[in-house]
Design a protein around this ligand. Structure first.
Ligand code: HEM
Length: 152
């Protein structure tokens, strides 16, 4: 079961990143080109937010249940002094949750904005910041622990 959740969490990252890049790109071109805000714009931002919440649910399963890097690791003395334990046990979960909330709030704000150009501008800001936080907190191994890009 641990392996199943881990593989799911690993692959879902690409859906989050893909939907996020598309949402930010559409928001930017829509804003700069003064294009109408379409159903397609709404759908891609719904996908970005949806994949993120799915990732949060799988992440919570790993964190509170199955992962040796979740709560279990945080209960061991000196957990905060170990950069890998600290990353998965605290930094990763805190910032990813913040990013998911930011994208969700962004969607609500965009929905309640009347002008199409302003919708795109706000979408660009909220989804852009959300995507940057996600990209920073994926364990690519650049400044944080390394995990495989694809798991089988
Ligand atoms: C958009 C949000 C998220 C993305 C893109 C993401 C991405 C990732 C990736 C790529 C890994 C490495 C998986 C691997 O070793 O193959 C990972 C590990 C992990 N994530 Fe997330 N994550 C997100 C949110 C969360 C949240 C909200 C939690 C906790 C509630 C969480 C908990 C964990 C844990 C505990 C691990 C370590 C798993 C292990 O090696 O046993 N993640 N995450």
């Amino acid at each position: 079961m641990y392996q199943v959740l881990l593989i799911l969490h690993s692959w879902l990252r690409w859906f989050v990143v893909g939907a996020g890049l598309l949402a930010v790109f559409r928001a930017y071109t829509g804003w700069s080109g003064r294009r109408p805000f379409t159903k397609g714009d709404n759908a891609i931002s719904a996908a970005f937010s949806g994949f993120m919440w799915l990732q949060v649910i799988v992440g919570l399963g790993l964190y509170f249940g199955l992962s040796p890097y979740g709560l279990k690791a945080m209960k061991v003395a000196g957990a905060m002094k170990n950069s890998t334990t600290r990353f998965f046990g605290m930094e990763h979960i805190a910032v990813m949750l913040l990013a998911a909330i930011l994208v969700q709030v962004g969607r609500i704000i965009v929905k309640n904005t009347a002008s199409d150009t302003l919708k795109h501008k706000k979408a660009f800001i909220y989804f852009g910041i959300g995507l940057v936080l996600v990209l920073l907190m994926i364990p690519w191994g650049i400044w944080n622990p390394y995990r495989p890009l694809f798991r089988f």
